[in-house]
Design a protein around this ligand. Structure first.
Ligand SMILES: [Zn+2]
Ligand SMILES: [Zn+2]
Length: 361
């Protein structure tokens, strides 16, 4: 009913500004003057489910062209196809010369994981930097784009890896919940103590937010840690509570997934540590490196928005890959370039005919 009312307001022209998420691109605006798509790179503009699949950003561009009005795509980290449209002269670049509320962009440096010891996913230089920033009274943000305790449960005797019985993904260890969960299809299984194949003890391998929280608590005893991921933030009120603990300064270290990149400002955070930057580099999804680079730039933007400039440390085993908010277009091109299969400007889904054969593997 509320939706119908809003629709009528837009249709009649009484509403002069129509603001909305993805489906607002279909709003019946009678006298359209301009369309603004903020955070145009965001994957949520794409409707994947249901019968009608579309990209609201691309539809906005089409609609603006049809109505002969300008469309503004806003982003600090434009999608690669948008950069392509800039290069080919289809789009015009407008640059913001001043940053909102921030004097200097954060300083970004890489930590070569091949050269430094690490414990629990934290390298020695990262721990040293965190110690210094905490001692200066600032807050620290640790970013790892993986929730749960560990991404793999492994038998060290026979090599068994906990598989999902519903799909072909691996199960993630959730220690507090004593469960194995599939982050791909949502399947659940109890956490075994011993290998179901040979009976030997099993071992959780790798890091997720839950385990990093445990590591941080033992490396920095007495320093309050706030964790932000879908396992601890399940209801809307819980996010506000966590944000309040961070804003009030009670939480000194924030550990989180991409949930921390979604527009929240942490003015007292002066250090951002990105733990598993390499994860996106070897995905079968050609967009993964682009998303990774976008995420690093977005998470870097969380730091130093107050008076103090921010510092960003990215742990990686591939320090030769360029990575700086200042050279964003170069970053995405460098990441995408070696992948010949990746489209530069557009992508059309190809589906097998009904009843047709489907090959995979
Ligand atoms: Zn085994
Ligand atoms: Zn699954």
């Amino acid at each position: 009913r509320e939706r119908l009312l809003a629709w009528r307001e837009a249709f009649s022209g009484r509403a002069r500004v129509v603001l909305g998420t993805r489906s607002a691109v279909f709003a019946p605006v009678s006298n359209l003057g301009i369309i603004i798509v903020d955070e145009e790179h965001d994957a949520s503009y794409k409707q994947h489910d249901g019968g009608f699949r579309y990209s609201a950003r691309d539809l906005a561009v089409m609609r603006a062209r049809g109505a002969n009005v300008p469309v503004v795509l806003g982003s600090a980290t434009p999608a690669i196809e948008t950069l392509h449209n800039l290069d080919s002269g289809r789009y015009t670049r407008l640059t913001l010369t001043r940053r909102a509320m921030r004097a200097a962009p954060p300083r970004l440096s890489l930590i070569d994981l091949r050269a430094h010891a690490q414990s629990g996913g934290l390298s020695t230089p990262a721990v040293q930097a965190m110690t210094a920033h905490l001692a200066a009274g600032a807050q620290v943000l640790v970013f790892i784009n993986r929730r749960g305790y560990a991404p793999t449960l492994l038998c060290t005797a026979c090599g068994w890896i906990a598989p999902c019985t519903e799909c072909d993904a691996r199960l993630t260890v959730h220690l507090a919940a004593r469960a194995l969960r599939c982050h791909h299809c949502g399947a659940d299984a109890p956490l075994p103590q011993r290998c179901p194949q040979c009976g030997f003890a099993v071992k959780a391998v790798g890091q997720g937010t839950e385990r990093v929280e445990e590591t941080l608590t033992s490396v920095f005893p007495g320093v309050p840690v706030v964790r932000l991921d879908r396992d601890v933030i399940r209801r809307p009120g819980e996010l506000e509570q966590a944000m309040h603990r961070i804003a009030s300064g009670e939480g000194r270290i924030v550990i989180g997934t991409q949930m921390v990149t979604k527009g929240h400002d942490f003015p007292n955070v002066t250090l951002v540590v990105v733990l598993n930057a390499d994860q996106g580099l070897f995905s079968s999804d050609f967009r993964a490196p682009e998303r990774l680079a976008q995420m690093i730039v977005q998470v870097a933007g969380r730091s130093g928005r107050g008076e103090r400039p921010g510092e960003v440390l990215v742990q990686t085993e591939f320090p030769s890959i360029p990575c700086s908010p200042a050279c964003w277009p170069r970053v995405t091109r460098a990441l995408r370039a070696p992948r010949c299969g990746a489209p530069r400007s557009g992508l059309a889904p190809v589906q097998p005919p009904r009843g047709g054969a489907r090959l995979s593997g």
